[in-house]
Design a protein around this ligand. Sequence first.
Ligand code: ZN
Length: 281
Amino acid sequence: MVFPIVSFSSWIIINDDGTTEVYNADEPEVYVAPKKKRKHVVKKKIAPKYVGSSEKIMYLTFDDGPLLGSGNIIDVIQQERVLATMFMVGQHIQKSRFRKKTFKRALNEPLILVANHTFTHASGRYRHFYSDTNRVVNDINKMDNILFDNDINYRAPYLRLAGRNVFRLPSMHYNDPGIPKRYNESEKYDALWEEGYQIFGWDYQWSYNPKNGKVNKSPKELVNAIEKIYSRNRTKISGKFVLLMHDFSFRDRFNGKKDLKDLIRRLKYNGWSFETLSTYL
Ligand SMILES: [Zn+2]
């Protein structure tokens, strides 16, 4: 005689309202993901730039490229759709085919303004470099020629000096407070201004360890510092913030992409919009 096999894996559940449900453990509930709606993707040749508040304008500026790290900066700028300025060094462009390619990539990106950061970067000997007006003007003209020859969107000779926080703009003349007057460097800045250069310094720097270039503030700490300066109205122009960063800080070994993305997203969250320095004044 064959006995039916009794299964103990079924339960009857009596609900509070008296209704019953049968729960069968032999048939485990399978998670079914809700059907995803297909997104309607509109392909545009140039994706729109990010638009934030008109009262808080951030000028992201990156110095010393093309270096390792410059490609990561371009990637993040394209992903986040924000405007930025990259101050590049002539000798760095000429160093390799890869660097030249990075330079061209930045030039071809409408979100990025590529500008002059000298040809030699003063070879690291700043006081010597700035002691001779002709040397300064010739070096910077050499880099300007590279930009003029390669940039089909060349707008004006926008410049940041190597190692000096100086402004020479129609309504703003500002000398680096760290340079004693007796060195007469301001004469050299004036000579560049007379040559037609617009010179941009900065309000604040994302500082780094000079040994390896790694930034020494997290994006969160940096944004806190930025907001403090903004709320105390300590920028050169009210409501406009020029942030100095360096390309080598954004290498893969320092999680450069992640940090820069984090910074930009925090700034967006706090209502900043982004411009290139061509709209600063
Ligand atoms: Zn520099």
